[in-house]
Design a protein around this ligand. Structure first.
Ligand code: F6P
Length: 321
């Protein structure tokens, strides 16, 4: 009997998860594994929501955003009793390995499962925040950046037409990556993130000089993690004296058809995950650094702090001063 390998998505959904599911299942089958899909992430692992994928399930999903397997954040997995229940669900189907597509919280959960019962797993990094340590890229980031770019380009049109300031809040609970890259690629005047100290006084002086020289609109990007979007809007209105509006982009950033980059990254990460399990790796995360794919042991990923590329920080720092 071929060895069972289950694929699941967990934590915040991200574009690119569907192509990763498809490629992982099809490639695993081609390597002699018997693929299984788990619905609802860790919750489905506990509540026995497994399905054997057929051709129909895996066809026509590559271009779809979100995850056809759905996702969850499941606190019961912290409890050894529920993890035992999950183990029974794997055992009765002969599932010996897992691929989890998600964030570092999901990787930690499966690493605990590995420590408990020795079930190996491979992690595919997926979060629009791009804040998983050890990899330059997480699935979903490029699609999210393009959703943001499209929205900000539209806002730019109305800002210039109406001589207004716009503050746009982008996602990133603890990380300013989306904000920095969006600010640079969309031509923002202000970018506030948790990583770069900002100085509203000097921003005010800089903008005042530009307004005196003819600037008629302002675009400001605030990362969700700063909790500054509302205040910044009022500050521009009251202190700079330009009529200001706030747009919170919210969950629109998490959806949408995966871009070419996310589809390709999904392909590479999924093949690497199957290969790593086949090679006998037990708890690794697929990573992409400086143009190269490799794997990293889970502790290197989970025990270190994600750092945004210093070159991006350097480029966006003037927008906080
Ligand atoms: O983790 C990704 C993320 O998009 C964060 O930037 C955001 O704070 C969070 O998810 C919101 O997720 P949810 O609404 O699912 O709690």
């Amino acid at each position: 009997m071929s060895k069972g390998l289950a694929i699941m998505t967990s934590g915040g959904d991200a574009a690119g998860m569907n192509p990763a599911i498809k490629v992982a299942a099809e490639y695993a089958a081609s390597r002699g594994f018997k693929p299984w899909l788990v619905y609802d992430g860790l919750r489905g692992l506990i509540d026995d929501r497994f399905v054997e994928p057929d051709r129909e399930m895996l066809s026509g999903i590559l271009h779809r955003g979100g995850t056809l397997l759905r996702s969850s954040r499941e606190k019961r997995f912290f409890d050894i009793g529920f993890r035992r229940q999950a183990l029974e669900n794997l055992k009765k189907r002969g599932i010996e390995k897992l691929i989890v597509i998600g964030g570092d919280g999901s990787f930690r959960a499966l690493n605990q499962f590995y420590a408990d019962f020795g079930i190996p797993f491979a992690g595919i990094p997926a979060t629009i925040d791009n804040d998983i340590a050890g990899t330059d890229y997480c699935l979903g980031v490029d699609t999210a950046l393009n959703m943001i770019r499209q929205s900000i380009d539209s806002i730019h049109d109305t800002a210039t037409s109406f001589s207004r300031a716009f503050v746009v809040e982008v996602m990133g609970r603890h990380c300013g990556y989306l904000a920095m890259v969006s600010a640079l690629s969309c031509g923002a005047e202000i970018c506030l993130t948790p990583e770069v100290p900002y100085n509203l006084d000097s921003i005010g002086l800089r903008l005042q000089r530009e307004i005196d020289a003819g600037r008629n609109h302002i675009l400001a990007i605030a990362a969700e993690g700063t909790k500054m979007a509302d205040y910044l809007t009022r500050w521009i209105n009251d202190s700079i004296g330009m009529e200001a509006r706030l747009t919170v982009l919210g969950h629109v950033q998490r959806g949408g058809s995966p871009t070419v980059r996310d589809r390709l990254m999904a392909y590479k990460f999924a093949v690497a995950a199957v290969d790593s399990l086949e090679a006998g790796e037990t708890n690794s995360v697929m990573v992409f650094n400086e143009g190269h794919y490799s794997t990293r042991p889970i502790h290197e990923v989970c025990d270190s702090q994600y750092q945004i590329d210093p070159r991006i920080i350097e480029l966006s720092t003037p927008l906080a001063q």
